[in-house]
Design a protein around this ligand. Structure first.
Ligand code: ATP
Ligand code: MG
Length: 387
C-alpha cells in the first residue's frame, strides 16, 4: 500500500494575492526536501498531498516537519466516495480490539458539494458507526481524547487522526535573500534559523584567523551550516580570513577599540560580499546587553560601517530562550563544542563598552579599510553545503 501524507500550511493562505507565489515557493521547497524519496506532491484546495512508498512514510513526515511554511502533517488513509466504504474505513482507523473508555469526535469537511451527505450528517453517521463497534467510547465534541478527521474530496475521501506539527513560518526564499554572519557560538545559528523561518534564503559568512584559529573551528561552522541546511536544503558558506586585519588593528589602533574595529571590518566585508552575491540584508546573532560589544553604543559604532539593513532576530530574547531554541533546532550540541573564536584572539584586557562613534571613526583612519576588505575577499573560500 502507498503512503499518503497531508500537508497543511497556514500563514500562506492569508497572504491575499501573494498566495500563489508563496504556494509555489513552498511547493518547490517541499520537493527539494523529498529529493531521493520518489514521492509525488499534488495540490489539493489549500493543502498538499504527498504520495510515497509506505516504507518511507516516517522519512517523508520527518523531512517535511523541517520545511518552513508547513503548519502540520498527517498520515492519511483514503476511501472511495461511498458512504459504506467511508464508514468502514472510519471504524478501522479507530482501532480493532476493545478500546479503553475514552471520548472522540468526528470532524467532517465536504469541499466536494456533489457528495450527497452533508458534514453534520457525516459526523453523526460515522460517529454512530464507531460507537456501534466500540460501545466503551463516548462522543465528546468539546474535549475529546482523539479526533477523526474526514474530508470529502473530488475523487476520493481522506481520513486521518494525528497531526505532527511543522515549524510554521514562511517558505524559505519567499521573503528574499540575506547574508548570515555565522560565528561558532550559540546565537548566530539560532538567528539564522529565525531568519529562514520568516522566509529568507541565506548564505553564511564566517570570519576566522587561521592559523591562529584551528581547523576544528572550521569543521564546527561547516557542521552548523549542515544543520541549517536541513531547514533550507542548501546553504552557501563563505570563509574569510581576517588574521591580517587583526594584526593591522593591533599594530595601529587603540587596544580598547580592537573588537569594535574588527566588527566594523566584518560589516564592510559582509556588505561587499552581499553586493557580489545579490543579497539584500545582513543577519546577526546580536542580542541587547549580553556582552561588551552589544551595548547600544557598540552596536551604533559597528553598524555605522555599513549602509545595509541589519536584521537581529534575537534582539529581545534572553539567553535561556536562545539556548532553548538552539536545543530545539539541534544547533546547541554543535555550538557548545570547544573552539577558538577570532574575536577572542588579540582580545583587549579592557574592551570599551560605550565607545564614542567619533573616537572609533578617528581610530580607524589608521587603517586602509578598502584594500583590507578587498584582500580579505580575494582569499575567501566558498563552498555549497547540502542537507
Ligand atoms: P554568537 O553566539 O553568535 O557567537 P555572541 O553572543 O558570542 O554571538 P558576539 O560575539 O558579540 O555575540 O557576536 C555578535 C554577532 O556577530 C554574532 O552573533 C555573529 O552574527 C557575528 N559574529 C561574531 N563573530 C563572528 C565570526 N567569527 N564570523 C562571523 N560572524 C561573527
Ligand atoms: Mg561569539
Amino acid at each position: 500500500m502507498a503512503a499518503l501524507v497531508l500537508l497543511r500550511y497556514g500563514e500562506i493562505a492569508l497572504k491575499g494575492k501573494n498566495r500563489r507565489f508563496f504556494e509555489q515557493a513552498l511547493l518547490e521547497n517541499v520537493k527539494t526536501a523529498l529529493k531521493g524519496l520518489g514521492a509525488r506532491v499534488v495540490r489539493l484546495h489549500g493543502r498538499f498531498l504527498i504520495y510515497g512508498e509506505e516504507a518511507e512514510e516516517d522519512a517523508i513526515i520527518r523531512r517535511l516537519s523541517r520545511v518552513f511554511g508547513v503548519v502540520s502533517l498527517s498520515s492519511v488513509k483514503t476511501a472511495p466516495l461511498e458512504l459504506e466504504a467511508i464508514k468502514e474505513k472510519a471504524v478501522e482507523m479507530v482501532g480493532s480490539g476493545p478500546l479503553p473508555g475514552g471520548s472522540f469526535k468526528v470532524e467532517a469537511r465536504r469541499p466536494n458539494k456533489s457528495f450527497p451527505v452533508t458534514s453534520p450528517e457525516l459526523n453523526r453517521i460515522l460517529g454512530g458507526a464507531i460507537l456501534a463497534r466500540h460501545p466503551g467510547l463516548k462522543v465528546d465534541v468539546e474535549n475529546p481524547s482523539f479526533c477523526l478527521f474526514v474530508e470529502i474530496g473530488a475523487k476520493e475521501s481522506y481520513l486521518y487522526r494525528d497531526q505532527v506539527p511543522g515549524p510554521g513560518g514562511l517558505p524559505v526564499g519567499a521573503s528574499g535573500q540575506a547574508l548570515l554572519l555565522l560565528s561558532g557560538g550559540i546565537d548566530s545559528p539560532v538567528a539564522g534559523w529565525m531568519a529562514m523561518k520568516r522566509g529568507l534564503r541565506l548564505e553564511a559568512v564566517h570570519y576566522h584567523s587561521y592559523p591562529f584559529t584551528g581547523l576544528r573551528s572550521r569543521e564546527k561552522v561547516i557542521d552548523l551550516c549542515r544543520l541549517l541546511a536541513q531547514y533550507c536544503g542548501r546553504l552557501e558558506l563563505h570563509l574569510v580570513n581576517v588574521a591580517g586585519i587583526q594584526k593591522e588593528i593591533q599594530a595601529h589602533c587603540p587596544a580598547d577599540l580592537g573588537i569594535i574595529l574588527l566588527r566594523r571590518m566584518m560589516m564592510r566585508i559582509a556588505e561587499a560580499l552581499s553586493r557580489q552575491r545579490g543579497l539584500q540584508a545582513l543577519v546577526t546573532g546580536e542580542s541587547l546587553g549580553q556582552v561588551a560589544s552589544q551595548t547600544l553604543e557598540s552596536m551604533i559604532a559597528i553598524e555605522n560601517a555599513t549602509s545595509m539593513l541589519i536584521l537581529r532576530p534575537l534582539l529581545g530574547m534572553d539567553k535561556q530562550e536562545i539556548v532553548a531554541l538552539a536545543r530545539k533546532t539541534g544547533s546547541y550540541e554543535i555550538s557548545i563544542r570547544p573552539y577558538e573564536d577570532c574575536c577572542t584572539l588579540f582580545l583587549p584586557r579592557h574592551p570599551a563598552t560605550r565607545p564614542r562613534l567619533e573616537r572609533v571613526i578617528q581610530a580607524e583612519e589608521a587603517l586602509d579599510t578598502r584594500s583590507l576588505t578587498e584582500s580579505a575577499l580575494e582569499s575567501m573560500e566558498s563552498m555549497a553545503i547540502e542537507d
